[in-house]
Design a protein around this ligand. Structure first.
Ligand SMILES: Cc1cc2nc3c(=O)[nH]c(=O)nc-3n(C[C@H](O)[C@H](O)[C@H](O)COP(=O)(O)OP(=O)(O)OC[C@H]3O[C@@H](n4cnc5c(N)ncnc54)[C@H](O)[C@@H]3O)c2cc1C
Length: 172
């Protein structure tokens, strides 16, 4: 028998984890995503940190394509694997995009040497998904997960997890 899975947070990480599971045939009905924010249909523009696609999928539609920024993924799985996982996230953004052909990657040339000591600029490749499309991507993605019977519990905050019993504790 397969285990029940609870994912805390419907941000980019949680949504991609659930997508990977159902894409690989894991039964969606055994997956529950709990988020203190709202579904893409109800999420307000000012709710920048909570709800479907979290902060990263609901801001300005740029995905920084480098492991030196935004977290510690490569520390846990190595540089090559981290870039492979990042590619999978970008593929998913294109997959649920209404116009995937418009998604582009910019790869700026490194800054001139005379600027480096003064500004500390760091230039990275960036995928441009398009701010105006984020809502549509989120809705398409959400519908896909719903069609796979993934459960969502909105506007519930997780306050603790008992890993011995598998109990997830929610705020009253
Ligand atoms: C304003 C802003 C703009 C950004 N812009 C970019 C950008 O353009 N490009 C880029 O590459 N990165 C950007 N980032 C960084 C990017 O947002 C993060 O790297 C990314 O969101 C991390 O994804 P995540 O799923 O780990 O977390 P999040 O996206 O933060 O998602 C976490 C989710 O968990 C939920 N949650 C948290 N705690 C609980 C709890 N206790 N109970 C229930 N639910 C909970 C939240 O509601 C949220 O939906 C930006 C960040 C911010 C804040």
């Amino acid at each position: 028998m397969k285990d029940k899975i609870v994912i805390v947070g419907a941000g980019v990480a949680g949504v991609n984890a659930a997508t990977k599971l159902v894409d690989n045939g894991y039964p969606g009905e055994l997956i529950t995503i709990i988020d203190m924010g709202k579904s893409p249909y109800e999420r307000k523009p000012e709710e920048v940190m909570t709800g479907f696609l979290g902060a990263g999928g609901w801001s300005d539609g740029k995905l920084t394509y480098h492991t030196a920024i935004g977290g510690h993924l490569s520390k846990y799985c190595g540089e090559e694997k981290a870039m492979e996982l990042m590619d999978q996230v970008i593929t998913n953004f294109k997959r649920f995009h209404p116009k995937p052909e418009e998604v582009q990657c910019s790869n700026p040339e490194s800054e001139p040497d005379f600027i480096k000591p003064y500004f500390g600029l760091r230039l990275f490749p960036v995928w441009h998904v398009g701010t105006d499309y984020l809502f549509h991507i989120a809705c398409n993605w959400y519908e896909y997960l719903l069609s796979k019977n993934v459960n969502f519990l909105w506007e519930h905050k997780v306050t603790d997890i008992n890993f011995e019993t598998g109990e997830v504790i929610l705020e009253d």
